[in-house]
Design a protein around this ligand. Structure first.
Ligand code: PLP
Length: 328
């Protein structure tokens, strides 16, 4: 069988699984404990923090561990809203992941004003985000790469232009589908959500980058872990597994990208002559997410057919209906 649903979740890399097992069996102490076992666990957290900080060219004190991108996004959006209670407007794109959409829906139900920017000719213009800014806006939250069609959103440019207009607006980027795959400059980005299981670490680990100058409030309550922003004993084995996956990808990034590009080109060349096939991506899409549709054929039928032939693919995000994506 050939597994092609890595945007939903990827197989855990061998070095990542081994790293988790080693920590589970040898370095199991609570990282907040003051004995030598606890200090060893804390070192594991700090090492991974440094690794992520290096990748992002930021400081390790700005890295918060979470259970995944969904939790990071919740903390970013709700934590920023809680800190900026006097303002009520948030700007986002119309193609966000359910985790962002549901968080924003929760706020909308509490009389927040959520402005959703649409793409123009299948691409997003940074100016449309800036044009939507009002004096009541405190947050712009936008994804870097769309999980269904691989479209890259111009997040760095959006962030720069938003900050030029109002430097107090917090900019959050959902990088679940771009972390370790696309470079990102955080100069104007305040918060960045990433996930482990999209890059070969187990599910259950993620991170939120919180720029030093940016203040957000915790949304859970407990002890003082993770800069007082994410209480609860950290999942040290998963953190170690996350670091192992990051290190592996760092060392093999070029060959991964070459592989993705070659798979995409092969697929296009093999299917382009099929009648009524639509390629739902453009020159602004990543090579590792490919979205196709066959006019008048239900995606469930295509999915079953391909599975019989040995190919595991997806008919849209695990929690989204495919009809939300319009063929280009
Ligand atoms: N954001 C995007 C763009 C995603 O693709 C996903 C996962 O599908 C998430 C957020 C949520 O990530 P996690 O599964 O780590 O909570």
């Amino acid at each position: 069988m050939y597994y092609f649903d890595n945007a939903a979740s990827s197989k855990v890399l061998e070095n990542s699984a081994k790293a988790a097992l080693e920590v589970m069996t040898k370095y199991f102490a609570n990282p907040s404990s003051l004995h030598s076992f606890g200090l060893k666990s804390e070192k594991i957290l700090n090492s991974c923090r440094r690794t992520i900080a290096e990748i992002l060219s930021r400081d390790e004190t700005e890295i918060i561990f979470t259970s995944g991108a969904t939790e990071s996004i919740n903390l970013a959006i709700l934590g920023t809203a809680k800190k900026n209670k006097q303002k009520k407007t948030i700007i986002t794109s119309s193609v966000e992941h359910t985790s962002t959409n549901q968080c924003l829906k929760f706020l909308e139900d509490q009389n927040y004003n959520i402005i959703k920017i649409n793409p123009v000719n299948h691409n997003f213009s940074s100016e449309s985000f800036v044009d939507a800014i009002t004096t009541d806006c405190f947050l712009v939250s936008v994804m870097h790469v769309n999980n269904e069609n691989g479209l890259i959103l111009p997040v760095e440019d959006i962030a720069k232009k938003v900050k030029n207009k109002d430097k107090n607006i917090v900019v959050h980027v959902d990088a679940a589908q771009s972390f370790m795959k696309l470079p990102i400059d955080l100069t104007n980005i305040d918060l960045l959500s990433v996930s482990g299981h999209k890059i070969g670490a187990p599910a259950g680990i993620g991170s939120l980058f919180v720029k030093k100058q940016v203040k957000i409030s915790p949304i859970f309550f407990g002890a003082e872990q993770e800069n007082n922003l994410r209480p609860g004993t950290q999942a040290t084995p998963l953190v170690k597994a996350f670091e192992a996956a990051i290190s592996y990808i760092s060392q093999n990034k070029e060959s991964f990208l070459k592989h993705y590009n070659s798979l995409k080109q092969t697929l296009i060349s093999k299917v382009q002559n099929i009648k009524n096939i639509h390629f739902n991506f453009n020159e602004n899409s990543v090579p590792y997410i490919v979205n196709l549709s066959l006019v008048n054929i239900k995606s469930q039928i295509v999915l079953q057919y391909l599975e019989e032939k040995g190919f595991i693919v997806s008919s849209g995000a695990a929690f989204l209906e495919i009809n939300k994506i319009k063929p280009y």
